[in-house]
Design a protein around this ligand. Sequence first.
Ligand code: ADP
Length: 624
Amino acid sequence: MAKKQFKAESKRLLDLMINSIYTNKEIFLRELISNASDAIDKIYYRALTDENLSFDKDSYFIKITPDRENRTLTVSDTGIGMTKEELEGNLGVIARSGSLSFKKEIEKDEDYDIIGQFGVGFYSAFMVADEVTVISKALGSEEAYKWVSSGPDGYNIEAAERDSVGTDIIIKVKKSDEDENFDQYLDQYRLRSLVKKYSDFIRYPIKMDTVSSRLKEGSEDEYEDYTEETTLNSMVPIWRKNKNELTPEDYENFYMEKHFGFDQPLKHVHISVSGAVSYNAILYIPEKIPFDYYTREYEKGLELYSNGVLIMNKCADLLPDYFSFVKGTVDSEDLSLNISREMLQHDRQLKIIAKNIKNKIKSELLSMLKDDRENYEKFYTSFGRQLKFGVYDNYGMDKETLQDLLLFYSSTQKKLVTLDEYIARMPEEQKYIYYASGETNERIAKMPQTELVADKGYEILYLTDDVDEFTINILMNYQEKEFRSVSSDDLGIEAGETKTAEEKAEDLELFAYMKGKLGDKVKDVKASKRLKTHPVCLSNEGAITIEMEKVLNTMPMDQGIKASKILEINTKHEVYSALQDALANDREKLDLFTSLLYNQALLIEGLPLEDPVEFSNRICELMK
Ligand code: ADP
């Protein structure tokens, strides 16, 4: 019989798995046990919610059986099983939801550490197996089926025998060689310690027949072997355990086992609440951004249990969007098992839990910010953007919750600072919280508009993320201090007036002429109060800043929104006398200068020139 072919990407993945140099091959056992536990969760839930089904409590278990002679290791479960179609559908393709982006990564990079990055479930068995056999009988089905594969060249499915509902995964363990000891996966002590290490908190018993020896009855010195079925795991779910009994490794292993992420979480939070609503939860703040985080595909949510029974993998209602990076598990006795997704949204208990969790996450982040700045900055680099979106979302409804968690780069401190820290350093006479926007910190530092504020010694927050200015706009103020862009028309700084009335009149004639030449391109041409060394810059009047114009213009719904721009001229700069001179003697030259200065201001701002060729031609004119 011809072998059935794996879907292309699965084949590729299998290839990688078999030839894997991944050192942590032992995790395959955790993956298989976790699948077995999920399968039992499913049947357990069905039995609890379907009157026609009933099982004995003892009928839920996982059993691992090493067989040294035949070099097989079997992981059996009494879970929900798989039909023939499910065997094909689940094991013939990569089941993981991120498989699309995943495939891209594989194509990009031959040595990509997929296992480390994603954990690949069932397929990880191929790291230690020459051949994998799955025998399964699904709930409600009369027949059992057998799926066999020895790698990428395909698999076979045929009818098989199995007494009861459930699944056996039979691994033909590879031969040991100089590089790798595979025999360990046939050794009962080693297997026991792997279960302890990775799967101790699995809710169902993980059993193994262990062989020990004892004194023969009636004998004083003769021993005999006997076999005894023992349970290897403690079975108490980690969230029910006392915090004092748990080590950081326990929390990390749980994070890995649940596939919450493949980084080391920055922080775990263990919550046990009893009162009006009782619940236990373990939450994690990851360090790294999941590969699909800032895409539509990313699904937020916490795993939700009702008194130890899994009711939902990702309960979105437990997390606000701005904390969507949080991973974890929540278990409450106060939730009904039969609750539907729609009902859950309106459930009063769930709302209380969600609120509680939100507050807890916030206070944990704040304490991290206070006591563990280095890690907080790692966190912020990954997820700060999400917090800023959160401030901006829902018309700023949550800004109070989030504003103390924000960080921005500071011109004077040369590092990320909180708004609180900024305020604490403000000199008494400083009216506003100043900020400047641009592509990078280096570019902002060179912006002519920052000159006056920086010269005053005032701190400037550098905004480099496209969401930043929108966030600042929604915040409006912090501790009663308003935010002010260094490009805004009123900086609240007295620049000191030194001009005579006569000089001012000359200014006015020049600026009126230049404005006439530029037409609608600018709202006005003015003498600058903020420039010190640079000849020219743009500033803006009104709510839309130049940086916002740039962001809005990259959006698909571009509505041609423009900032109202002011061309500012530095009247203390040499160029200014050249302009005055041209006004008096050579209007054609003044036209040329006006156009050049305007285009220079656009360039400094990072705005596109309307006509680069003309700009270049005009510079050549100057050279003649
Ligand atoms: P994941 O568990 O992340 O979905 P896997 O590749 O490990 O990915 O498994 C693919 C699917 O195969 C699972 O989602 C599940 O539906 C099914 N499966 C795997 N192992 C078992 C098992 N022991 N019993 C029932 N179904 C299983």
